[in-house]
Structure formats: C-alpha cells, structure tokens
Write a protein that binds this ligand. Structure first.
Ligand code: SD4
Length: 331
C-alpha cells in the first residue's frame, strides 16, 4: 500500500503539473490514491491464492472470478490443512466444509457442512447463480453439487486420519489454539479473500474446514453472510478468520463494513469490530480473530485480537505478507 510519505511525494509532483481545469481537492486526491486492482487474503496461504486471483485481475477480469479462482488453490492443496482437501476433520473424523461468496451487487451464495466436495466455494457460487436461495447445507448441498457436475472425493488424507486417531486417543477435547508456528499442529486458518478489479467491482470469498475436531455437525462463521464475509459494492468488503463463534456472536464482517460506511478506514473498522468482541465476549483472550477489509476504492487494512495474524496483499505496488496490528499487543 502506498504510504502517506509516498503519497505526499507523489501529490507534490502532481500538484505542480495540475492545470486549473483539472484541479482537485486534496481529499479527492486522497480518495483516488489507492491502487486498483487489488486482492487481499488471510494468512500466508493467501500468497499463492492471490497469485491465482491476480492472473484474472491483471487481465482486467472480474473480481468474482478472481476470488473464486484464488481460494480454490488452498482448497485443493493437501498441505493447507485448514481448508478443503486435506483439512482437519471433526470429532468424528469427517471433513466438513463451509464456504461462501458475494459479489458487488450484494448477491450471495453459501454452503455449510458440505462433505466430499473439494471446491465448496464453487458450489457456493452456483447456489448464488442458479438457485433462489442463499445457503444450502449438508446432504442437500452435496446433492446439489453432484447434480451440477461436481465429483465426490475423499477429502480425509492419510496424515489427517493419523492425526485424528492420535487426538481421539490422547485428548478428545475441543481446544482451539491461538496461532501456531508449526503448520502441522495448526488447528484453524480459514482463507478469506477480497478483491477490487480494474472496473471497481468488489467481491469476496471465504472457505474453510473449520475448527479442528469441532463437534460433528458444527458450522462456523465462514458460510454465514455478514459473519465470515460481507460485501457491499458501494462501500467495501470485510472477512474474518479465527474462532467463528466470536465472529458469529458479533456479526463481525457486517459490522466492519458498517463502520466503513460511517467513514472509518478499513484498518480502523477492523479494529472496532475486534473491540466489540473484547467488550462482549468474556473469554476473548483464549481466541484469535483476524479481520481484513477492503474499500471499493482499493484501500485495505486488517486488525486482529492476538498478535501473529498476517494477511497477503497484491496490487501493482506491493506483493507480500503484512502483519496486522493486534489488540493484545506483543509482550
Ligand atoms: C471457523 N472461522 O470455522 C473458522 C475457522 C478458522 O481461521 O479457521 N478460522 O470458525
């Protein structure tokens, strides 16, 4: 993202060359400043996902196609054990997936508790485009996917089966951990992605295998429109990662977008939504929550509850990971 310093440098050069007829107010220039197209997504698995999305965005494609293509990367990657194929199973050893997608017009599609399908985000898109509904779940969602050409696949990998067996033997309890350096020990990490294309269309997607060893039948925030993801094409979009129950109780992504509607920057809006959790949820210190947000003009930001939440960014000026500021600062 362009820093204020580089903005000042650029705008000084710009002002010198502005004729009377093209004169802009500083506030208009500030608004015009963010760089489009842009894609942002949660955690470091967002890096390859952004690259895939960028292939579409860089060719002036539609951000809906970009976010779908982007999040399909970790969905298909067995090394990403918190999304799609190779995801950590629930307490019964079943991989159950949640996903949703939203376009700039406010159309939305979602699937919850979907089994055996590698790309739940694409099923969610079909729910949005082909049905009069927003959300399908469980067996109905599976039937819909199969009827639309998706194949039934085995999503539980050998490694995950081994890990689940070990958990069953040793722990048998649901214990979300905050951030884990060692990917093999990871127990949550949804991919949420937001993108604005060169025509200014803002879309988002979110997909996950949910919290590790969750109760069978549990659905998190990720497929809930307004919780795991919300997009208002006239304002901006927001998406979440972390303990879904806390996001659901505060309808986090919707809240972030409403704060942006009222004039907050994306980062400030994310911070306020984290503060709402701090205020309302007594055991918030035992959880991680990360929000990312993107304005329709391409300004982005993030904020988390605990330190250690990073998000991936790609536009014409920057490619890489950024660490979000956190409410509970590092010691
Ligand atoms: C959920 N929010 O199911 C998801 C889990 C997650 O990183 O990973 N977030 O609650």
């Amino acid at each position: 993202m362009v820093t204020r310093r580089s903005f000042i440098t650029k705008s000084t050069i710009g002002i010198a060359g502005i004729s009377a007829s093209t004169k802009m107010f500083a506030s208009e220039m500030w608004k015009a400043e963010p760089c489009k197209p842009v894609v942002i997504s949660t955690w470091n698995h967002g890096l390859p996902a952004n690259e895939e999305a960028w292939k579409i965005l860089a060719g002036n494609g539609y951000s809906l196609d970009a976010v779908e293509a982007g999040v399909r990367v970790p969905e298909a990657d067995p090394e990403v054990i918190t999304v799609g194929y190779g995801g950590i199973p629930d307490a019964k050893g079943k991989v159950t997936l949640d996903a949703c997608i939203m376009n700039e017009k406010g159309d939305a599609g979602s699937v919850a508790y979907l089994q055996h399908i590698m790309h739940p985000v694409s099923v969610a898109r079909l729910v949005m485009e082909k049905t009069p509904h927003v959300m399908l779940s469980g067996k109905g969602a599976l039937k819909f996917a199969l009827a639309n050409g998706f194949e039934k696949e085995k999503l539980l990998t050998h490694d995950m089966r081994k890990r689940w067996k070990k958990w069953k033997k040793e722990k048998r309890e649901f214990s979300p951990k905050i951030n884990i350096e060692n990917q093999l020990e990871e127990n949550h990490d949804t991919i949420s992605m937001l993108a604005v294309d060169s025509d200014g269309r803002l879309c988002g997607a979110c997909t996950t295998s949910g919290m590790a060893f969750k109760m069978h039948g549990r659905v998190g925030d990720s497929p809930i429109i307004g919780a795991g993801l919300f997009v208002d094409g006239e304002v901006g979009g927001a998406a979440a990662t972390g303990s879904g129950e806390l996001v659901m109780k505060t309808l986090g992504s919707f809240l972030v977008v409403e704060f942006m509607r009222n004039g907050m920057s994306p980062a400030k809006a994310c911070e306020e939504a984290v503060k709402r959790i701090v205020k309302k949820v007594p055991d918030y210190e035992n959880h991680q929550i990360g929000y990312i947000a993107l304005s329709k003009s391409g300004e982005y930001g993030a904020f988390s509850l605990q330190p250690g939440f990073d998000y991936a960014v790609k536009n014409h000026e920057f490619t890489g990971l950024k660490e979000a500021e956190a409410w509970l600062k590092k010691l």
